[in-house]
Design a protein around this ligand. Structure first.
Ligand code: GDP
Ligand code: MG
Length: 309
């Protein structure tokens, strides 16, 4: 086997209760402030945090705003992208704090995770879930074995247990090796240059997606996607950014709902999204939105190719 066909790549999603160290771990791995580290729950907003290129693998990290138990239909829609990042992941990292051990909220998250997997007709045993015990700098090492026995009582499908300190960069190399073991044999999913372009594109598409859900939350399923077709400086006003985005739906009826009477809904989505994108880019934006019907776009490979990579 040569080095090309032993290369691995895939998606990783980190789940765990607030303050367990998810953002810190991402920052440590990606070596920069990729996600927002904050003591406030749910501030990490976008679904791709960054890409880690290794000599033998490429790891794409989805960031999740945590697993919530949605209280209503609106919240369900809002958290839909978090669920997608769980369903689409090749490896799930379940983070738990060594400082607290397994608590009620950890168990709830594990149960919710099982539910999401089973709702999608998959078996939990078939999912690569690694249990990552963080903040080991705060405890004695012999406490950890007791903790693992306790964790196993509540969830028996962990493929492995890894002890780390995200803050002190302890055992992060071991964690990365473990993740790579569970990724599929596959070539790079993103070219290195694209990795840099990706977050901004994704931020923009997430803003538009959020505005779609806020405006039509009762009627359109979570499979709605937003593809940024084009971002460029304006022809006349070079300071202006011209963005063309496609909202992809699976049915004609969904397209009609998003466009709304006389195009009013789409106009509202567009102007709300534009305000936020202008804040993100700190420049005036001209945003054109098109709604396209495409059946079964949700297949990951299609989606990636539509992103233009
Ligand atoms: P998140 O809510 O899961 O994203 O958690 P954060 O990454 O925001 O971390 C919450 C708090 O835990 C922050 O104050 C971090 O500095 C702290 N923290 C994260 N990892 C470690 C660790 O390995 N050891 C210690 N002692 N603190 C940590
Ligand atoms: Mg966070």
């Amino acid at each position: 086997m040569n080095s090309t066909n032993s290369f691995r790549s895939g998606y990783v999603t980190i789940i765990g209760k607030p303050n367990v160290g998810k953002s810190t771990l991402l920052n440590t791995i990606l070596g920069r402030k990729a996600a927002i580290v904050s003591p406030i729950a749910g501030t990490t907003r976008f679904s791709i945090a960054g890409i880690k290129n290794l000599s033998n693998a490429q790891i794409i990290f989805f960031d999740t705003p945590g697993i919530y138990v949605p209280k209503n239909e609106l919240e369900k829609r809002m958290y839909a992208h978090a669920y997608n990042s769980i369903i689409d992941a090749d490896v799930i990292l379940f983070l738990i704090s060594a400082a607290t051990g397994i608590e009620k909220i950890d168990i709830e998250i594990l149960n919710k995770f099982k539910e999401i997997i089973e709702e999608n007709n998959r078996k939990v045993e078939d999912v690569n879930v690694l249990c990552v015990i963080n903040k080991i700098d705060l405890v004695k090492s012999n406490d950890l074995e007791v903790m693992i026995e306790e964790i196993k009582k509540h969830f028996s499908s962990f493929k492995d247990f890894i002890y780390i300190s995200a803050l002190n960069n302890t055992n992060i190399d071991i964690l990365l090796e473990k993740i790579v073991e569970y990724l599929p044999l596959r070539e790079k999913l993103f070219e290195d240059e694209d990795a840099f372009k990706l977050p901004i594109k994704l931020h923009i598409s997430e803003i538009i997606r959020e505005k779609v859900f806020q405006n039509v939350y009762q009627e359109v399923p979570k499979s709605t996607a937003v593809i940024i077709e084009n971002i460029k400086p304006g022809d006349v006003d070079k300071n202006k950014i011209v963005i063309e985005a496609h909202i992809i739906v699976e049915k004609e009826s969904h397209k009609r709902i998003i466009i709304g009477k006389d195009g009013n809904k789409l106009k509202k989505i567009g102007s709300e999204a534009r305000v936020e994108i202008e804040k993100l880019l700190n420049k005036p934006v001209y945003l054109s939105l098109y709604v396209k019907v495409k059946e079964k776009w949700t297949k990951k490979s299609d989606f990636i190719s539509q992103l233009g990579f």
